[in-house]
Design a protein around this ligand. Sequence first.
Ligand code: EZ4
Ligand code: CO
Length: 404
Amino acid sequence: MRISSADVIVTAPGRNYVTLKITTEDGVTGLGDATLNGREMAVVSYLRDHVCPLLIGRDAGRINDIWQYLYRGAYWRRGPVTMTAIAAVDCALWDILGKETGKPVYQLLGGAARDGVMIYGHASGGNIDELLEDVQRYRDAGYRAIRVQAAVPGLDSTYGLHHPGSGRTYEPADAAMPTDNVWDTPAYLDFAPTMMAAVRERFGYDFHLLHDVHHRLSPLEAAQLGKSLEPYRMFWIEDPTPAEDQTAFRTIRQHTTTPIAVGEVFNTIWDCQHLITERLIDYIRTSVSHTGGITHLRKVFDLASLYGVRSGSHGAGDLSPVSFASALHLDMTVPNFGIQEYMGHLDPASEVFRTNYEFRDGYMHPGDAPGLGIEIDEEAAAKYPYSPKYLPVNRLRDGAMHDW
Ligand code: EZ4
Ligand code: CO
């Protein structure tokens, strides 16, 4: 089955998404998500100008060879743009293999290791009362795991909150130029344990409680946070420090038993090699669409399994339904699966992307349609044109740039 075309579809049903569609000579199509939030057109160019032309005429079944060809063959390695583009190709080829053989991708990966994929939802609030109402909503919907975020008192904005009262999914890429946020670490460190105490006091301990720190602390501050949250038995704290410094996690580890999850900005196994082999983290959160696809993420999870580190893949709304479906197929098969993030997608996305995954009783199932079980409606996609949208940037009170 030779590849006859590779096309990039850019659409913005609720937010910008980039999708790669590979077609074979027999007319079988496969989809891969190529969305890189706030840098979408860089991946579009990388694919259209430098990857798609290389795919034409290749055997679509040689997934491993094509992966190596695009990774080693580029000479320039790693990086979010490159690895998102490779991921899109990889997922699209798995989709094609599934459709050709009539099997869902999770079967091709060796079959299910579990009945369903535990997901966590995102509860948030402008204050603790609003947060508690939102947690109730997720409890009522049957979620077994909930991430909680609330506005830090005294700050005009806090990451991770969906628009109050609108019922909309959280969407941080909110403006044509990056919004300026202001951050105050002491205010946050004071507030975080109060928030967790309120949640556990109201709802008890029979569900998993998660929290995202979003790269904002120093190692010692993160250690303090972890310690202060120990009584609330967190499932994890996520991205406590900017994670390009892998050795920073040793400090956090030495001081707290609160589990640590990292990886949404990583794009290869090399970014987490020491975190995993030195057992500095508990969950690796790399995503299928930013880490070279199913083929590469499977290697990351296999390495992690040797060191007792579990998976916890990123699943924000800026990863398209194609990415989420790909993640679910892999999640079904990895022995060391931990949890899968699920933020959901804004309403118009369901007009463009037809999905097969199903939520039941706290678990998501990818469905048994051949391939990834996902289709794109290109006519609907054309109704939602791209416009530039950026994530916010973050400054300290003195105006200095900080990590967002
Ligand atoms: O800010 O996906 O855990 N989820 C997150 C996300 C990220 C966005 C960045 O594009 O931290 O909301
Ligand atoms: Co995060």
